[in-house]
Design a protein around this ligand. Structure first.
Ligand code: CTP
Ligand code: MN
Ligand code: MN
Ligand code: MN
Length: 392
């Protein structure tokens, strides 16, 4: 048997963090169906199954050619029986019955629509589904008690269900830059998440904020948020403070969840030009520190109607101490699967614990310092993978 050209170009590296996964690849016709099954498993709270489908899709994204025959897959890791069955069916018939019936099922569509509302997780969506709700409009009409994020999510659902463009992300970046410089000169902001990986669009915009003088960043988020609010740039925000320092877990086990930084889930009110192109409304007040008079507020639009002058955009802000910046940058650039694979590699192959705060070597019993992503990959014994190739 001659080795397949597809395979011979890819060594059997089974962790996504060992491989380069570009944004554009040759097997979307296979990865889209597999990721749909992964999403369906997530909506059914079957994490193991979901990760298995995501890993299968991820290996196919690294291949330099489109898969033509099952033989092309020989020797590839990460492809379980179920994924192989789906791939085989697509290669033979052009589509998979399981995928298409899932895609069109009422439960999948409703769960996707309901969890698509900002503030609504799988558990809430599942309860609503069992109570007969199927879409955001059903929720709006119902008597459901909504928390403040869900209220904001429903109110701005139309805007939030649109993709955020790169131009809009850049405009938000200018606003965040301006806000941060107003309250803490010398602070740095970095675009993270999907846009840092080179995506053209996103469901939100993510930023990491730090200051080269350790400690200066403490308490920064409330000040940034307050400045944004006085400028009428926020439609919603929920800030959570840093809980890393107070955590009781002790040095032996750095926390694996990433919710311990000072962070803010928000919805920005992004002005758009008549052309439809986003621009920063902070520019309009340039040279008038503290003053918002340069902006004409105009009448409040009716709820649920597309407002003419602005678009609601989801923005995540994270503040990290300078000493943890490299870990925060690596941990918040994604993709989610790439992050998961990095932590799995660290734990299973290196006996280390990686979080967005630190890397701990369990064998040596010490933390491994790093100020750049390159150093962290090196501590982990991995070749450096640039952000654009972390699209697993
Ligand atoms: N993240 C996290 N904790 C959360 C949410 C997200 O650590 N509660 C991290 C993810 O691991 C990811 C990054 O934040 O690395 C960005 O997450 P997200 O914005 O959800 O995804 P993106 O990759 O940016 O894709 P999208 O374009 O859909 O926003
Ligand atoms: Mn994002
Ligand atoms: Mn997302
Ligand atoms: Mn995000």
């Amino acid at each position: 048997h001659t080795p397949s050209p597809v395979i011979s170009a890819v060594s059997a590296k089974s962790y996504a963090c060992q491989r380069r996964t570009p944004l554009k690849h040759h097997n979307l016709f296979l990865t889209e169906p597999l990721e749909l099954l992964a999403e369906n498993a997530e909506l059914g709270e079957n994490e193991g199954r979901s990760v298995a489908f995501r890993r299968a899709a991820a290996i196919l994204k690294t291949l330099p050619l489109a898969v033509k025959r099952m033989e092309d897959l020989q020797g590839l890791p990460c492809l379980g029986d179920h994924s192989l069955r789906v791939v085989k069916e697509i290669l033979e018939y052009g589509s998979s019955q399981e995928v298409e019936s899932t895609r069109h099922s009422e439960q999948f569509q409703a769960m996707k629509a309901l969890t698509g509302i900002f503030g609504v997780g799988v558990k809430t969506a599942d309860r609503w589904f069992r109570e007969g709700l199927r879409c955001p409009a059903d929720v709006a009409k119902s008597e459901q008690r909504l928390n403040s994020s869900q209220q904001a999510g429903l109110l701005h659902h139309e805007d939030l269900s649109q993709h955020v463009s790169r131009a809009e992300a850049d405009a938000i970046g200018q606003i965040v830059e301006r806000a941060v410089q107003e309250v803490l000169p010398g602070a740095h902001i970095t675009l993270i998440g999907g846009f840092r990986r080179g995506k053209e669009t996103g469901h939100d915009v993510d930023f990491l904020i730090t200051h080269p003088e350790e400690g200066k960043e403490e308490g920064l988020m409330p000040k940034v948020v307050q400045w944004l609010e006085t400028q009428d740039l926020l439609l919603y925000q929920k800030t959570t403070r840093n809980s890393y320092l107070e955590s009781k877990e002790g040095p032996a086990r750095p926390p694996n969840n990433m919710d311990r930084f000072e962070r803010c889930f928000s919805i920005f009110k992004l002005e758009r030009r008549a052309s439809g192109e986003a621009h920063s409304s902070a520019q309009a007040t340039e040279g008038e520190p503290g003053g918002g008079e340069g902006r004409a507020p105009g009448p409040e639009p009716l709820p649920q109607r597309r407002p003419a002058g602005w678009k609601a955009v989801r923005v995540d802000l994270v503040v990290s101490p300078f000493s943890q910046f490299g870990f925060a940058l690596l941990g918040w650039t994604g993709s989610k699967l790439f992050e998961r694979e990095l932590r799995r590699w660290a734990g299973r192959e290196k006996n280390m614990s990686l979080s967005s705060h630190a890397l701990y070597d369990n064998s040596k019993g010490c933390y491994l310092r790093a100020s750049t992503e390159e150093e962290i990959f090196s501590h982990l014994g991995l070749d450096y993978i640039p952000p654009c190739d972390r699209n697993a």
